[in-house]
Design a binder for this molecule. Structure first.
Ligand SMILES: NC(=O)c1ccc[n+]([C@@H]2O[C@H](COP(=O)([O-])OP(=O)(O)OC[C@H]3O[C@@H](n4cnc5c(N)ncnc54)[C@H](O)[C@@H]3O)[C@@H](O)[C@H]2O)c1
Ligand SMILES: O=CCCC(=O)O
Length: 544
């Protein structure tokens, strides 16, 4: 017991190591030699990132190489080795080669992070809103000061083009800025009392320690959208980033630390082999008051069930199956610009184009022309317009969806590997593809394809297309193009989604509530509503 306690707290570990051999013996009994070395290593280099390049990172030419940390992050310190001694590999999706081996952390490290966050909670939550805001503002400034390095790190692990990565870093920073400002506006209210003898007010209080789990497709912005809101509200956080893309998370931690985030306010547990166990542990822990998850619907449902026993507040940003309706009066040139962000790996990406039959040929030709102009390749190559998919499983899923559509009668207008030279590339590439003659019942109609494939369905009437667009269990985003103002109101109100783009395919913003209905999620992120996920209202009744 003593050994575990010593190992699980950095201060305790230091004390323990000072006591020498006896402690080492306890550690060896519990965890074997690897963990003892880990403890020693950790002591000898607190909080150090890499000053020498890892597996090809020299090519990144970072202005500040110390933004790369191959470690977890607990109590503002880098933990390079898991107690188990195990590691997992992170790959460069444009080459399929290994970037680094991260510590494959387990429940012990998750507990260590929970304890650190719990210790930090009173200090952080009792700071004034302005004090928290000032630190968040410094973090925002540091992210922008380092945006080029952060973008390179993001492209390296995720594959998206450098331009897209820079866009994501700025988008991610905008959440920290937004919530730095919103922190100061976390108002309660005075309720007009029905009684002369009572005064009624509400105040808003932080949930407590929250667990956040994020996906690989936006390794920076999905974290900052949660960090910003949680920290502004006065919560402390344990984050579990996707095992495909931990580097961006660690770089954000380094900048957060430089901005003045106190020890324990944010922690990152890196894992691959213990993902399920850590997820369950966070959901079931009595020390955690809320879970915020972004990822697939299937995992979101599992986490929701796991949170039931402790009745946690749960925020879920899940998968989508966005329809894009092109009415006969649409501006076609504007419409074709809205599909292939991050090579189609975005939760709000169009999954189904519904095009009025009178303009189907014209629209298909424009889309085909546009897609044929794309250049697929490494995100670092300036000529590249579209990077790789995240891994071979993602490529396989897209291939399965396309094959299924073609088997059921769809026609491929463009999508040949030869033109893009994909056959000779080693990474996880899929050619941008356009299919026509799509039908209900195909996988692409029902499931999230999450790849660079546009499938074109046709329709004749507004009622018919609304029924088809809403015929899905997903309800994240929906889009349509029309110049008829009455139709714009009608269709926007009838689409069963959390977000609608009218005559635009670009809807994401830190100032607007992001989230879905149906099986696409619970709660909203960004905007003033984003703070609701991390606060409780307390009602106070005062007799006078
Ligand atoms: N609605 C949104 O805002 C939004 C944003 C981005 C991505 N997404 C969705 O995310 C999905 C793609 O991301 P993904 O493939 O990384 O999703 P995923 O659900 O497989 O993984 C998301 C995160 O959950 C973790 N995870 C996986 N299984 C888990 C388990 N049993 N318990 C706990 N954690 C677990 C992963 O390691 C990762 O960190 C798509 O469906 C996409 O639409 C939604
Ligand atoms: O993948 C989903 C998140 C994308 C966004 O916030 O625009």
């Amino acid at each position: 017991m003593l050994g575990i306690k010593l190992l699980n707290s950095t201060t305790g570990l230091r004390t323990g190591l000072r006591t020498g051999l006896k402690t080492n013996l306890v550690l060896k009994q519990k965890y074997g030699n690897a963990s003892v070395e880990r403890g020693m290593g950790n002591l000898s280099r607190h909080a150090r990132c890499l000053s020498t390049p890892v597996n090809g990172s020299g090519e990144l030419k970072l202005k500040d190489p110390s933004l790369i940390a191959i470690a977890g992050f607990i109590d503002n310190e880098y933990i390079r080795d898991a107690y188990s001694g195990k590691k997992f590999s992170v790959y460069d999706p444009s080459k399929g080669t290994e970037i680094a081996k991260f510590p494959d952390m387990g429940i012990d490290e998750a507990d260590q992070a929970i304890r650190a966050a719990k210790r930090a909670l009173p200090g952080w939550s009792q700071m004034t809103a302005k004090e928290r805001s000032n630190i968040l503002r410094k973090w925002y400034n540091l992210i922008l000061d380092n945006e080029e390095d952060l973008a390179k790190i993001l492209t390296w692990e995720n594959g998206k083009t450098l331009t897209e990565a820079l866009g994501e870093v700025r988008y991610g920073a905008s959440f920290i800025e937004w919530f730095a400002e919103e922190a100061k506006r976390l108002y309660g209210e005075v309720i007009p009392s029905p009684s002369r003898q009572q005064r009624m007010i509400t105040i808003r209080q932080p949930l407590g320690v929250v667990g956040i789990i994020t996906p690989w497709n936006f390794p920076n912005a999905m974290l900052t959208r949660k960090f910003g809101a949680a920290l502004a509200a006065g919560c402390t956080v344990i984050a579990k980033p996707a095992s495909e893309t931990p580097l961006s998370a660690l770089a954000l931690c380094e900048l957060g630390k430089r901005a003045g985030l106190p020890k324990g306010v944010i922690g990152v547990v890196t894992t691959h082999g213990h993902t399920k166990a850590i997820g369950k542990h966070l959901c079931e822990s009595l020390d955690i008051s809320g879970i915020s998850f972004t990822g697939s619907t299937v995992v979101g449902k599992l986490l929701l069930k796991q949170c039931a026993d402790t009745v946690k507040k749960v925020s879920l940003e899940l998968g989508g199956n966005a329809a894009f309706i092109i009415f006969e009066d649409a501006d076609i040139d504007k419409a074709v610009d809205a599909k292939f962000r991050s090579s189609g790996q975005t939760c709000i990406c169009v999954n189904r184009f519904y095009v009025h039959s009178s303009i189907k040929d014209k629209f298909s030709a424009r889309l085909q022309e546009k897609v044929r102009s794309f250049k697929v390749g490494s995100g670092f190559d300036k000529k590249t317009t579209h990077g790789p998919l995240i891994n071979s499983a993602a490529v396989e899923k897209v291939r399965t969806h396309v094959d299924d559509a073609i088997r059921q009668g769809a026609k491929m207008l463009t999508g040949d590997d030869e033109k893009n030279g994909i056959g000779s590339m080693h990474g996880y590439f899929y050619p941008p593809t356009v299919l026509t003659d799509m039908k209900e019942g195909m996988k692409m109609a029902d499931e999230e394809t999450f790849g660079p494939v546009a499938g074109i369905f046709t329709f004749d009437t507004e009622d018919e297309v609304l029924e088809a667009a809403n015929n899905t269990r997903f309800g994240l985003a929906g889009y349509f193009f029309s110049r008829d103002i009455s139709r714009c109101w009608r269709v926007a109100e009838k689409l069963q989604v959390g977000m609608v783009g009218v005559n635009t395919g670009s809807i994401s913003s830190e100032v607007a509530p992001f989230g879905g209905v149906k099986e696409s999620g619970l709660g909203r992120e960004g905007a003033r509503q984003g703070l609701d996920e991390y606060t409780e209202y307390k009602y106070i009744n005062m007799a006078v």
